[in-house]
Design a binder for this molecule. Structure first.
Ligand code: FPP
Length: 247
């Protein structure tokens, strides 16, 4: 049986307009550490609960027919955290992906990643990412992009370096040329960027691509996010009017 891409009647029953679904949502999964600390648990427990929230988020997005989901898993600035936590997050991302990539593949999800590959990137994680990307390359229900060792400014620096290295003359550098040298040039700009945990900042996430994104800052902590949070976010998105600088 072919899995239906999405069920319009079900989407409508959730109070969501199936014709106005955001094409791409990007998420800053913040507040795992605080979630754990509030409960007297180790910060690492919060990250582990964050995995459940992430897969709930993906499930909700699949139900609504959202074609692109991008998550901020580790920033170029996160290396400043205590060594033990950095080590945990790196291994946790690697192990989560290794454990769950078959499940994503079975759901027809294409896995990709953005971020600096040639600076500090642990080889084991890179290998699991590359294997997952290869395994799922032909899937077409959703593209799930993991931003690891990612920084929006670093991405712009890398794009400029690539343009210079390609010998592109100054008068040929325009927005299209810069977009074409981003880590994932075919990725549509995010329509909606969600950040949990009450922090109202972008923190170097998709700075170029976020020019016209809607932002949704939630007070709840990432481990408490679930598929109903995706429905709520899309309802909020649909209630806003986007004019892209026009009238
Ligand atoms: C931020 O919480 C969260 C992270 C640094 C990591 C989130 C990663 C996952 C949930 C899993 C990712 C797995 C894959 C395969 C993409 P925080 O530590 O900043 O929390 P705090 O602000 O309360 O300290």
């Amino acid at each position: 049986m072919i899995t239906p891409q999405f069920d319009s009647a079900k989407i409508e029953s959730l109070g969501i307009d199936p014709t106005q679904i955001p094409k791409h949502i990007a998420v800053v999964m913040d507040g795992n550490g605080r979630w754990a600390q509030e409960r007297g648990l180790k910060r690492t427990e919060g990250h582990m609960r964050g995995e459940d929230a992430l897969f709930e988020c993906i499930e909700g997005a699949l139900e609504l027919g959202i074609g692109w989901v991008t998550v901020y898993a580790f920033s170029t600035e996160n290396w400043r955290r205590p060594k033990e936590e950095v080590k945990f997050i790196v291994n946790f991302n690697r192990d989560t992906l290794r454990r769950r990539r078959d499940e994503l593949h079975a759901r027809n999800v294409r896995i990709r990643s953005i971020g600096r590959r040639n600076w500090r990137m642990p080889r084991g994680l890179l290998r699991v990412i590359d294997e997952s990307v290869e395994q799922t390359r032909d899937n077409d229900r959703m593209t799930f992009t993991i931003a690891f060792n990612y920084g929006g400014r670093a991405e712009l620096v890398d794009a400029v370096k690539a343009l210079v290295a390609a010998g592109v003359p100054a008068d040929k550098i325009d927005e299209k040329a810069i977009s074409a040298h981003m880590y994932a040039p075919d990725m549509p700009d995010p329509d909606l960027i969600i950040r949990t945990s009450g922090e109202n900042r972008i923190s170097n996430f998709l700075v170029w691509q976020a020019a016209y994104s809607e932002f949704l800052f939630l007070d709840s902590l990432w481990p408490d996010f679930d598929r109903t949070s995706v429905y709520d976010a899309v309802r909020e998105f649909q209630a806003r009017s986007r004019r892209f600088g026009g009238l």
